[in-house]
Design a protein around this ligand. Structure first.
Ligand SMILES: NC(=O)c1ccc[n+]([C@@H]2O[C@H](COP(=O)([O-])OP(=O)(O)OC[C@H]3O[C@@H](n4cnc5c(N)ncnc54)[C@H](OP(=O)(O)O)[C@@H]3O)[C@@H](O)[C@H]2O)c1
Length: 161
């Protein structure tokens, strides 16, 4: 993806969303701020100079407006059991990649089950759990496995300060 492109951040004003918005700006992308609270989005828009496009997860038309013209969407609005499916549906309608930071096993499994095939058909990507709990664990296990392709069991332990 080339810098300068618009990237929608759903849940932009949350703790994680703010990190993602800051990182996108740092890398030269134009974040499009979305989420359900218009006042919070406006405040963040004033702070960052980015564009605010409010959309609640149950409003498909507003989600379509939020994603219009963007090159990808990053969803950081938990609970993902509520937000993932509608935001993925909007991403598929827009024909853009979707990525989330869910740490909800059931929601992640549901995303794979419901959307893997549809993403393939649409020739796009739907990537759940791409954050500390998920993406990093996957990376560590892949490294620890070396060339092996299967394991009976994997335990991942995190130490947080
Ligand atoms: N996988 C990982 O490593 C990892 C790492 C960090 C965070 N996470 C997950 O990412 C999510 C966000 O974490 P956070 O620390 O950034 O939390 P946060 O600051 O509380 O942000 C969560 C955001 O979700 C919004 N929200 C809640 N319910 C919603 C709904 N039904 N529809 C639309 N928006 C809704 C909240 O907005 P309102 O103000 O409108 O309620 C809030 O802005 C959590 O689910 C967390 O578990 C995962």
């Amino acid at each position: 993806m080339a810098s300068g492109q618009q990237v929608a951040v759903y849940g932009a004003y949350g703790h994680t969303g703010r990190f993602i918005v800051a990182e996108l700006l740092e890398r030269g992308f134009s974040p499009v701020l979305s989420g359900r609270d218009a006042a919070e989005l406006e405040a963040l828009a004033r702070e960052t100079g980015a564009q605010a496009r409010p959309a609640s997860a149950d409003d498909a038309a507003a989600l379509d407006r939020a994603l219009a013209g963007t090159a990808a969407v990053v969803n950081c609005d938990g609970p993902f059991a509520v937000t993932a499916a509608p935001v993925i549906e909007a991403a598929l309608r827009a024909g853009i990649p979707y990525l989330d930071v869910a740490a909800e096993i059931e929601a992640n499994a549901d995303t794979f089950e419901r959307f893997a095939e549809r993403a393939r058909e649409a020739e796009t990507v739907v990537v759940p759990a791409m954050a500390f709990f998920g993406g990093l664990g996957d990376l560590l296990v892949t490294a620890a496995m070396g060339g092996r392709t299967a394991a009976d069991e994997v335990h991942v332990a995190y130490g947080l300060s």
